[in-house]
Structure formats: structure tokens, C-alpha cells
Ligand binder design. Sequence first.
Ligand code: EPZ
Length: 437
Amino acid sequence: MDKIRIVGGRPLKGRIPISGAKNAALPLMAAGLLTDETLTLNNVPRLADIDSMAELLAQHGACLAREGATLSLTTPTITSTVAPYDIVRKMRASILVLGPLLARCRTASVSLPGGCSIGTRPVDLHLSALTQMGAEITLDDGYIQARAPQGLHGAEIVFPLVTVGGTENILMAACLAKGTTTLVGAAREPEITDLAQCLVAMGATIEGIGTDCLRIEGRERLHGATHRVIPDRLEAGTFGIAGAITGGDVELVGAQMESLRAVAHLLDTAGVEVTETAEGLRVRRHPDLARARGVDVTTQPFPGFPTDLQAQFMALMTLADGASLITETIFENRFMHVPELVRMGASITVHGSSAQVRGVPALKGAPVMATDLRASVSLVLAGLAAEGETVISRVYHLDRGYENLESKLQTCGAIVERVKAAPQHDAGGFAFGQADR
Ligand code: EPZ
């Protein structure tokens, strides 16, 4: 299985192009099921999760074609309303086909995603909202069996907590429901705004885009459209922190301040400058500081500090001057990177949903691995700043969410390469692909 090898200690300097957002592209692809015409998406990243969603949509009857970063999908008829366990277990975002299938076909059978490494992640709010819109839902043999024999109807849905996927699923379903649906307490993430704008381009009527109250007038049908996926704020945030942790200076080409205000504010407090440029954002540690400063952070739904940058920010704080209290409020088990960072020399103690990080002057490279995408990339960041060599296993997590990770880092001077594990020495020996440069 592939691994990533990093020799740390080099400041990242240069320009990094930011890809299209994974978490925007996935729901946009699911929205393609709402129409029999072609939905063309530009700026779609090449990622394992995009391939999983493509596989799922194809087995529902979608015809997909990809040319460069442009993906077009057409679903003249839905040939299967079943989202099978084998695909759903690979990617939780598969749940996003539930709303579109039910709205278009009045029936859907979607495998329950189950728990994952960052928490239990139930989908009860998706199901309760669809029930309020007229669906009859049962759980049989690990599958959500949903039927709406009379079609879905509008309803006032009040979300008791902010759910990104729940908002997306119900927003898509409401576009083909009879009457008006109001979503109160809706998530406001930029990916939801992107989805809503694409749905409007497909003929939907949606008011309140960008707010926590969305009002959708259902339509008989939607039509095809062409839409450009927004830049990935989480990729941009990750590379910005990579610049900061190595004491470098990076320009994130295509990144938008609007989607990263809370992150930029926090980095500024930590002594890292984030400034707008003609083409994106520039990130560098303040020239007068030898180390970032320790600051506290609590993850929140947008526009707060995102849970998907918590692990990366923690990596930065391990090397900060001072202490930092990092509190995770979105997922109950999102500190899986902590023991690995500690193995690299970090000083971190977890107390429930908070982690106390005491900055140390240096980290040391080590063999490490993590169990989810953002935890894995936090180890890449730590490895870039650490003394010596870090080898990160389970690279498939990174391939789910970071397009061309190694080459983007290499362009900025990092020593990083993908290596193959020699099968006969899987317990420890590695065959490195290239010599150090
Ligand atoms: C989305 O997951 C993202 N995934 C996640 O990104 C991100 O971490 C998360 O939103 C929060 O921002 C995609 O966009 C594909 P939620 P989602 O529903 O939609 C609870 C990454 O690394 N909840 O907003 O699954 C849930 O358990 C990933 O790119 C319920 O209790 O997240 C969690 O504690 C990981 N019942 C909280 O709400 C429900 O029915 C937020 O979950 C739904 C959610």
C-alpha cells in the first residue's frame, strides 16, 4: 500500500493552485439525479471520493463523461433506486442520493452509512425531515427504505442542530416537492450556497441562499445547467497552515477570503498573516516571529472555525510559543491524530472534547498513520515541519480529499514523495521510489 515519505524542515515557498471543493462537488453530482437533462460541472477535482460518487450515480442510471476538470452527467431515466452497501460504506456522502431519488422516483433504498472513525454520524435528521415531507421510511436489513407514493410535499423543517448533509439532502428533495418547503436552522457552509446556486441554474426557486433559513418553491421538473464548483476552502486552509508551520510564504491561487474569514482571523491572532492578492490569498508567519503564538479555538458550523481544519490547526499549535486549548464541538471522536502527533514529540492532553496543546520547540519525524482524511493531512503538515523523516501510512485517506498533494507541495520546495511498501516486508521495510532531492 502506498505511503508518503517526507523529509521535514524546509520552508514552503511558492504558489499553490487550489482545486475545486470535494464537499461541494459531491452534492452537486447527486443533484444531477434531479433532472433527465445534462448537468455539466466544471472545476471538479480528481479524487477517490469523486470516483465513488460517479460509480454510485452510474449504477442509478447516470451516464458520466469526464474531460479534464469538467464532468457531465445525464440521467435520462433512473434505472435503479438502490444505493448498495458496497458503495455507501466507502463514502458516507452517498447518503446524498436519498433526497434526489425519492423526489424523482418516489422510492429509494439506501444503505445506512453506519459509524465512522470520527464519530457515530447518524442520519436521523435527514430521515425525520423527509418524513415531514410525506415519506414513509423504514429501516430493513441495514437499508433505509423510503417511499412517497403521493410524491413529496412542502413542509416547515426545523433542524435542531446544524447538519450540512441533511440541509443538502432536503434542499435537493424540496426542489421537486409539491409546494413550499422552509428549512429553519439550515447549514450555511459555502458548499450549500454553491449547491443552491446550481439548483437555481437548473430551474429551482430558492430564497435565503447563504442564510440559515432557506425557502424552496417546488417545481414539476428541473432542467440541465452548467456550473463551476467553488474552490476548496479546506484545501486552501490546509496549505495555508502548511506555509505557516514551516515558516514559509505561500500564495493560494484561487482561494477566497470570504470562505476562510474565521480561519484567517485565528491565524492572524497566532501571528500568521493572511492577505488577499490579485489571484487568491497569501499566507506567511509574521516576519518578526520565530514561532506562531498559541491560541485557543473551538470548532463551529460556518461561519465559525471548521472542524475540517481542526487537526491541521492542532499541528500548527504543537510548535507554537505557548499553549492552546482546542475544542471540537461537531464530532465526538475527532482527535485520532493526537497520539500520532505525540509520537512526533508534541505535548497534547485530551480532556473530553478539548485538547490542551503545549507548544514545543521542535517535532521529530516518525512513522505515523491516521484514520481519516483531515487527521492524515495534519500528519503531513507536522512532517513538513519536523526534523528528519516522517513516513505516513494509509495514504488512501489523503487521496480521498487532496488532489496532487505531493506535487503541489514539491513545487513549493518540500521534500515529499509517494513510496510503495515492498509486499514481502509489509511489517516494516519500505522500498523508496526516488532518492532525496
Ligand atoms: C459534512 O459531513 C462534510 N462532508 C464533513 O467533511 C464535515 O466535517 C461536516 O459536514 C461538518 O462540517 C461532506 O460535505 C461530504 P453534518 P456531514 O451532517 O454532512 C450530527 C471531510 O473531512 N448529525 O453537518 O456528514 C453528526 O453526527 C468531511 O471532508 C446528526 O446527529 O456532517 C455530526 O455530529 C468529514 N444527525 C453533526 O451533526 C443527522 O441526521 C454535523 O454533521 C446528521 C448529522
